[in-house]
Design a protein around this ligand. Structure first.
Ligand code: SF4
Length: 265
């Protein structure tokens, strides 16, 4: 127990970043800052993590330890199940509900193995105060989970303001309220729409994954159970066009209003 290390799990998202930086600022013990790379982060996230790593090293003398499985999200999706009743069937995209194979194999197992290698750990997780209900004990004897943001009563507003104040705000949050893998099936419709609107190349790649999953008759063929990304692309395009038109209509309305108002009143 005395050798347990303090490991901060950092995804690059605002919650885990604020948790880690605040702990360092408070002078709390931080032995490792680990980032589990799924190979499916936004290019902007990799750039952010690179900049953050440099900043952390300079300011606190500790950098980010990047951990990676031999697989990426993509290789996992297009490889077969290796056991159970689906053995031999291509997995396809991850499940949208419950813990999917991606979380287990690309994040949980990787960080767990790291904690085991360093003789056990307090694992610090960036859940905000309103996520208190998600707190859980680690199932391994050599890991104790800790939730500093919950202890500090910090929610999204606090972490966002804190990162802005520290000058390390992640600009992906200009488009998304949460971050994670680009093609995470757990993201909301609004998040898929932001991907479509602001990262069209990545959206196309996500569509191609669904096409491939269908061709291979994979277990899960679409990221969402209600719509395919092709269906959504059609819907998003119409919505975005309408939003653009509404703005133009509003503009012409304002213009007309200005014309009818009296300058001398
Ligand atoms: S962010 Fe989403 S896709 Fe990535 S590992 Fe987690 S659940 Fe899977």
């Amino acid at each position: 127990m005395k050798n347990f290390k303090h490991i901060y799990s950092l995804s690059g998202g605002q919650d885990s970043t604020a948790m880690t930086v605040r702990a360092l600022e408070l002078g709390l013990p931080v032995d490792y800052i680990i980032f589990c790379d799924t190979g499916n982060e936004f290019p902007e996230m990799y750039d952010y993590l690179y900049a953050l790593d440099t900043w952390l090293l300079k300011k606190y003398g500790i950098g980010i330890t990047r951990l990676r499985s031999k697989d990426t999200l993509e290789t996992l999706c297009f490889s077969p199940f290796t056991k159970g009743k689906r053995k031999g069937i291509i997995r396809g995209v991850p499940y949208a509900s419950s813990m999917s194979f991606c979380t287990r194999e690309l994040k949980k197992n990787i960080s767990r193995n790291f904690a085991k290698k360093v003789d056990g750990a307090y694992m610090y997780l960036g859940y905000v105060a309103r996520e208190r209900h998600r707190m859980h004990e680690a199932t391994e004897q050599y890991i104790f989970n800790k939730y500093p943001l919950i202890d500090w009563e910090w929610n999204e507003d606090n972490v966002s303001a804190y990162l802005k104040e520290m000058g390390i705000y992640n600009s992906l949050y200009d488009h998304f309220t949460r971050t994670g893998c680009m093609f995470c099936p757990k993201q909301t419709l609004a998040s898929w729409k932001a991907l479509y609107a602001h990262f069209p190349q990545q959206y196309k790649i996500a569509q191609s994954w669904e096409h491939k999953a269908k061709e291979l008759n994979a277990h899960i063929k679409t990221f969402r159970s209600d719509y395919s990304l092709d269906d959504l692309a059609f819907r998003f395009e119409r919505e975005l066009q309408k939003e653009k038109n509404d703005k133009q209509i509003k503009f012409s309305f304002d213009w007309n209003e200005e014309n009818v108002s009296c300058f001398c009143k």
